[in-house]
Design a protein around this ligand. Structure first.
Ligand SMILES: CC(C)(COP(=O)(O)OP(=O)(O)OC[C@H]1O[C@@H](n2cnc3c(N)ncnc32)[C@H](O)[C@@H]1OP(=O)(O)O)[C@@H](O)C(=O)NCCC(=O)NCCS
Length: 176
């Protein structure tokens, strides 16, 4: 079934699928435990548009007959990203952070998430990759654990956030 999927790496300057990618994220992250509504959807559009302008941003998009069924994106982790991560020793400048990853419900457990992630990280030029995952996003936690990523710390969130922290997973890359 994965043979029907085209996975393309897209530079930010060619972010032609922006609307389709955002629509996919709205649909995927409307599910529990995320339960995005209008506010989160709009925030995601703003953040993605701004991140896409930053140096080192990378996006891969998976399409079936021109329909976006998956997307993954990220950027080099800077000091802002590591803020409030404990232990502080987990912070490492030579890290690429996976900031968004979504696979359409009908295309799960076929290896698409794994393939997109490999393509995203392949050649990102960093020694390590990291991702922040909600503590109750069990599917995502198992996905990263089963791909060999390990918990290296927690990112503490503001008291107004619905969650106290995010788990930080990381993996060493061998694509340098
Ligand atoms: C997490 C997500 C991206 C995984 O995508 P996917 O294409 O289904 O993942 P893959 O098929 O490549 O899975 C690779 C391996 O990860 C593990 N895995 C993936 N999803 C899993 C789940 N829900 N429960 C347990 N293990 C899981 C399995 O070991 C799987 O291999 P297997 O199917 O041979 O057992 C997808 O479920 C998704 O979009 N979830 C909602 C959004 C989300 O949580 N994004 C991550 C935010 S940090």
């Amino acid at each position: 079934m994965l043979d029907d999927v085209d996975i393309d790496w897209t530079a930010s300057s060619r972010l032609t699928s922006f609307v389709d990618v955002c629509t996919l994220f709205d649909r995927v992250f409307a599910e529990p435990p995320y339960r995005w509504g209008q506010v989160q959807s709009e925030r995601h559009r703003t953040v993605l548009a701004s991140r896409a302008e930053e140096p080192g941003f990378m996006l891969v998009v998976a399409r079936v007959a021109n329909c976006v069924v998956g997307a993954a994106y990220g950027f080099p982790a800077d000091g802002r990203w590591w803020q409030d991560v404990h232990p502080a020793s987990a912070a490492e400048s030579d890290t690429f952070t996976v900031s968004g990853l979504a696979v359409h419900q009908d295309w799960r457990r076929l290896g698409l998430g794994r393939s997109m992630l490999e393509q995203l990280l392949d050649g990102c030029g960093k020694a390590r990759a990291a991702v922040a995952v909600l503590p109750n996003a069990i599917g995502a936690q198992r996905f990263y654990s089963n791909l060999g990523w390990q918990v290296i710390g927690r990112k503490h969130l503001s008291p107004t956030s619905p969650f106290e922290f995010l788990e930080i997973y990381s993996v060493m890359l061998d694509n340098l």
